[in-house]
Design a protein around this ligand. Structure first.
Ligand SMILES: *[C@@H]1O[C@H](CO)[C@@H](O)[C@H](O)[C@H]1NC(C)=O
Ligand SMILES: *[C@@H]1O[C@H](CO)[C@@H](O)[C@H](O)[C@H]1NC(C)=O
Ligand SMILES: *[C@@H]1O[C@H](CO)[C@@H](O)[C@H](O)[C@H]1NC(C)=O
Ligand SMILES: *[C@@H]1O[C@H](CO)[C@@H](O)[C@H](O)[C@H]1NC(C)=O
Length: 370
């Protein structure tokens, strides 16, 4: 409570001093008659003073200033009306969180449940003047435009960068690789373009990289094989990524890897191993071309395997029947995939639409010709 007193705080102290010296004056000279009146007077004085508010103001003035500038630059949107000069920013109704111990602003979360067109413009540079920020969230703001603000490079404490369903455009800046505390980068459903910076692999704590549904181009960086083990979840679907999947990705053991709906080509067998503990592998709708016959699978963990719309060839290995909890499986639209569908495990749980547009045969497809 008393850790921080700014501005009017000193005024408050002098008010208390004035009240207490008034009280002691009355106490000494007219002790009996005047005491009651003085107490009432003093109490009123304290209650009417603006002081209790000033005393509990936790927000750092510099940070409040940065937030108010941010609000102004975003066009004073309705969603952050509660950001006002008069109140403690740590008490604002929406979208700001202060650390309970230090009172620094550690989180901004401007998430709308329906697309809110009222917030507009690029992410303002004043966001860089909130040096204690650990978490930034912007969600469903179609008029949030422009590039990822370069001043974000100053936010070295940032753990979570979550910007989804906006019209953020331009490239993914290399500076993200310097924000060593980042644990989550989720920039799905935006309008980002250009290549994925290889420097992201330098983030030692990254647990999830979600860049799906943008317009990213170029290859998956080979450096991604050197992410700290087991490697982050990689959600890169619905972009225009091209070229081969780097062989180095075989070093990783992510829980989820979704590279679907890109233009990736060549081998993907490095993503499969009985030694991994991956749960979801979605490679559908690419131009991948590799022999499936000798793959092994994480038999305890794998629940989702989608390879539809590629050019996977060979046949479905019997080892797939050993996967205990396969819930989604799809190899349709791989015109070269051939041979008998192994019988057993979970493989007959799926209907013909998991296997059609291939040269496969056997249940759930018609029997193989002798
Ligand atoms: C946008 O803000 C204006 C005032 O600045 C307000 O009149 C309008 O209702 C707001 N629209 C939405 C969708 O909140
Ligand atoms: C991006 O802006 C366009 C209009 O310019 C809009 O139709 C679209 O919904 C916006 N995207 C998102 C994710 O809000
Ligand atoms: C989305 O990005 C493209 C460039 O890739 C740009 O031409 C377009 O204006 C952007 N849309 C919005 C709404 O920012
Ligand atoms: C497998 O993928 C194909 C092609 O997208 C789709 O038509 C089919 O419904 C999918 N099957 C299942 C079981 O999801």
């Amino acid at each position: 409570m008393f850790r921080r007193v700014h501005g009017s705080g000193e005024l408050l102290l002098s008010q208390i001093y004035a009240v207490s010296s008034t009280l002691s004056y009355f106490a000494v000279s007219h002790w009996k008659e005047k005491m009651g009146r003085a107490l009432v007077f003093g109490l009123c004085f304290l209650l009417l003073s603006p002081f209790p508010f000033a005393f509990s103001e936790k927000c750092f003035p510099k940070e409040k200033k940065a937030l108010l500038q941010l609000k102004k630059d975003l066009g004073n949107p309705y969603i952050i009306t509660s950001w006002n000069e008069k109140e403690d920013c740590c008490e604002w109704y929406c979208c700001v969180t202060c650390d309970e111990r230090t009172n620094h602003v550690i989180s901004i979360d401007i998430s709308s449940s329906i697309p809110d067109a009222n917030l507009s413009g690029p992410i303002p540079p004043s966001i860089g003047d909130l040096p204690y920020l650990e978490s930034i969230t912007f969600h469903k703001l179609p008029n949030l435009v422009g590039p990822l603000q370069p001043a974000i490079a100053k936010l070295t404490k940032l753990k979570s960068l979550f910007i989804t369903y906006t019209n953020l455009s331009g490239p993914l800046p290399g500076f993200l690789g310097q924000l060593k505390n980042l644990e989550l980068i989720k920039l799905s459903f935006n309008n980002l373009s250009g290549p994925i910076p290889s420097s992201l692999s330098q983030l030692p704590n990254l647990g999830s990289l979600q860049l799906d549904r943008n317009k990213l181009t170029g290859p998956i960086p080979a450096s991604f094989g050197s992410f700290k083990k087991p490697g982050p979840d990689l959600m890169l679907s619905h972009n225009q990524l091209s070229g081969p999947i780097p062989a180095s990705l075989g070093n990783l053991n992510p829980d989820n890897i979704d590279l679907s709906r890109n233009k990736l080509e060549g081998d993907a067998s490095m993503l499969f191993s009985s030694k991994k503990t991956t749960q979801v592998i979605d490679l559908s709708r690419n131009k991948l071309s590799f022999d499936m016959s000798h793959l092994t699978f994480p038999k305890k963990s794998l629940i989702w395997l989608d390879l539809n719309h590629n050019n996977v060839y060979g046949n479905i290995p019997v080892s797939l029947t050993k996967v205990e909890n396969l819930q989604q499986f799809n190899v349709s639209y791989n015109p070269q995939l051939s041979g008998q569908i192994p019988q057993g495990g979970e493989l007959q749980r799926f209907d013909k639409y998991s296997y059609f547009h291939t040269k496969l045969c056997g249940s759930p497809l018609p029997p193989c010709k002798k």
